[in-house]
Design a protein around this ligand. Sequence first.
Ligand code: ZN
Length: 300
Amino acid sequence: MIPLFQERRQKLTQFKALRPRPKTSTASAPEGLYTRCPDCKQDYLSDQVAANYFVCPGCGYHMRLTAHGRLRLVADKGSIRELNAGLYTTENLDFPGYSEKLTALEASTGLKEAVITGVCTIEGHSTVIAVMDSRFMMGSMGSVVGEKVSRAIEYATRRRLPIIIFTASGGARMQEGIVSLMQMAKTGNALARHHQAGLLYISCLTHPTTGGVTASFASLGDIILAEPRALIGFAGPRVIEQTIRQTLPEGFQRSEFLLEHGFIDRIVERHEMRATLGRLLRLHSPSARKGFAYISHPVK
Ligand SMILES: [Zn+2]
């Protein structure tokens, strides 16, 4: 009897697959009510996802976050003062369609460029902060992104403040050619002077951080943190495989792989980021350093 039932069930399943599917309730739901997780492909109420800092309530996948959303998450309420908010990109190489793209993106995102820089406090500790936004041309680094990041670092050096940079970038901006590549040296130099002044730089890598940004300021942190499962690399895995003609190991270029291989210092879940940054800033604050000097050189 049992094989007969099994056979019937199998046939029913086959028939069901052939029938047109009835529309699910999500199809008729108002747009934006549900958010689909790119990892587990499940739909969740958008409000629920937003309340969970855009971390999937089911599988813990960290979805992309806007620069403003990120600032609200880590900075003390009302403490942010934006720096160089008026800087915007002007056409320099007559790249076809570039100006139109910039104008359209400014209208859709409300951002002037792919990075927001400013001064804020995190758990009461003053710091300079730069946050990239991947909605704006994949967070690519053109002359203005490089300039804003460099100016933020220089501001931190002058005021003897730490700097925290959240990266999310597809790399250098091809529409700006060689000018975009020059930003790597510029930001690197600014960070070298910040470092020489004995100040702290915390780099926070988010999904995805690639290309010229990985190859410059993203990798120069005194402390490098990353969000779980973030793609972090220079060239994409397919390009590498085609170049070296080898299959890449499982999980290559993901935060967990990079932590295991010593490229990053710690993976920090989004809801722990603020507390982690607050603790690191406290441990590296001038008063904490004085305490440490006393412990390392006790008075005889
Ligand atoms: Zn999920």
